[in-house]
Design a protein around this ligand. Sequence first.
Ligand code: ATP
Length: 430
Amino acid sequence: MKKEENKLEKIVSLAKRRGFAYQGSEIYGGLSGMWDYGPFGVALKNNIKNLWWKTFVDERENIYGLDAAIIMNSKVLEASGHLKNFTETLVECDKCKKQFRADHIEGYKCPDCGGELEKEKQFNEMFETSIGASKDSSSVVYLRPETAQGIFTNFKNIIDSFHPRLPFGIAQIGKAFRNEINARDFLFRAREFEQMEIEFFINPPVNDEWKKYFEDWRKLILKWLNKIGFTKDIIYESEVSDKDRAHYSKKTIDFEYDFPFGRGELLGLAYRTDYDLKNHKLDYFDDKTGERFIPHVIEPSFGVDRMVFAVLSQAYTEDNLGDEVRTYLKLPANIAPIKAAFFPLLKNKIELVKKARKIFEMIKKEIPHILFDDNGNIGKRYRRQDEIGTPHCITIDFDTMQDGSVTLRDRDTGKQKRIKIEEIISYISV
Ligand code: ATP
């Protein structure tokens, strides 16, 4: 466990050093549970989101994309049960006054100082704000705690505009906010985070028919995870017990991953029944059968930030080379922020730099996510790219001027080979 704790610190430090993620409001001492993504972090995050959107929206015919407002009429969250039920039990230490989520604590003692834990109370995790100039009870609004409600409230709009037949889905990627009692474990438990959710609407099931759709989604999730390197053997499915399930769900499977701090939920798959549409008084008219009814819902809910953290953890590798340790991110090429880096062998040889820039600019027109680096010696440049997870480095040297070949170095093996300039694209495209 100690080693893994160490790994968490190493990942947080690499993320900061190399421009993946910074503590939010850092220059003012930070703000707990908030993270800012730097250039490579946002690139990695966008690659994950784009792959998700491509797989679940663009490549399908029956899933509609949506981007709903974060702040909704409070009546939405009242009807969905969030005002009443989106709570956690909080306990406070009588000695150090620190507060904890009751279900994250084992025993009755404060994990920090050993004091008695007391004062159990319910705490609603929604962030409250107000809308407009007058601050009275009618102006109270909340930052959404899940993207799902924006989907349900647009159910009727999608039906009116597109007349989809069941089953069909609505997908959304967007921010969600939860005033977590203890924000912790890097990007895992943040107070502002992003979700990728699909509400998949099905006919009211006869004889457990929903199980078939649930199983289809379970497989689709595993297939998608596999695309970004999470093979089945490192994903743990865990069925959530009746006691721990969210207020709207009849069955939930958590897909878990071994993060450096321990096993944690990466995403969830829930059978939300007709709970939400019923509460919002929404229904569906089947013009073939002439029936009006309330569809049921299967919901895959992915956390973008947990996905980024899991990707970084899975990719983080140290090779012991005797007198030094090589640290690199074994990122799958399809989501790596930078696909290749281009170096002139020597910075002070004008003709090499010119040639390298010419090749770089030519390739950049085809593959935009590449970069040019002539800072420091080659060894340092490799180390920088290794820590960013760049799959290939291409060096332009004196032989390039003679025979049009370059050196291609592979991130994982460190092996180098010479290839022709015309071959570069085929090696680095994903
Ligand atoms: P947990 O039990 O860890 O608090 P949850 O079961 O409340 O999570 P869901 O409500 O199922 O989470 O939310 C769906 C997904 O949103 C989660 O699987 C996770 O990936 C993401 N998520 C939820 N809360 C957070 C958070 N505080 N920070 C980052 N991601 C989160």
